[in-house]
Design a protein around this ligand. Sequence first.
Ligand code: FE2
Length: 270
Amino acid sequence: MSSPIRQGEPYSPSRTTEIIDELNREGYVYLGPTLEPDEVAALRSAMERMWADPAMHEPERNQIAGISLMRMFEYDNAFRDLIAREPFASLAEAVLGENCHMLAQNALRTEPDPERKGGWHLDDLVHFPLNDEIERHDPRMVMPVMVMQIFVPLTDIDEVQYGPTEVVPRSHYAGRRPNDPENPSFDGQGPVSILAKAGDAYLFNNQIWHRGAPNGSDRIRYLGGVTYSKRFVSQKLWPFIDYQMPEHVWEGASPRLQRLLGRHEKGAYG
Ligand SMILES: [Fe+2]
């Protein structure tokens, strides 16, 4: 089954270095326009079809908290092919290693709810926690990136009312969770909104403090993407030990895409 997702072009070595420097320093990078309109349309329609499918609403099956749609690569090849699309795949390999993989692929569907508050978090756990008496990680350190999130808005999220991703720059140096549920700040810097058009892309270290701002508009916010990680961070594909990737996901997949899906060479521990 083919999809309209392009192969794309990797960034030049110098642009890749710039992006990685910015990711290391700020914890996030806005990459700018990346996907073509037909790619965006295919990804959004996959999310709409998935949401409209009653089987997808069985308890715990395919979503978290009614917002996050899980394992999108299983459901539509546009999402599967996004995992190996350039410039994302080469960037993930440059940041996380040549043997990196897709950790998960959740898409976010956020209905209007201007009253929703808070939501500030970092993803999963604090990788390098600090004791209370230590204020922050030394800025001379380069914090290792274990998990990198790439997001591609599938609707325009170019005003605050549409619920952009917000981040607190450099908070991946905090060594702790967000310091305020509504208005966190790090080193004198508060949140910034990543305003983006459909088809733009941005990425962040999963240790940065972030949230989806409340959707105060009258339209649903659609956000696609890929979560990549270093090989040693296990993939998070529910139901975990019992997970079997469906065969159709492999069909027509290049060796590189198969590796990104988790078909690894032998390595440390196995
Ligand atoms: Fe998150």
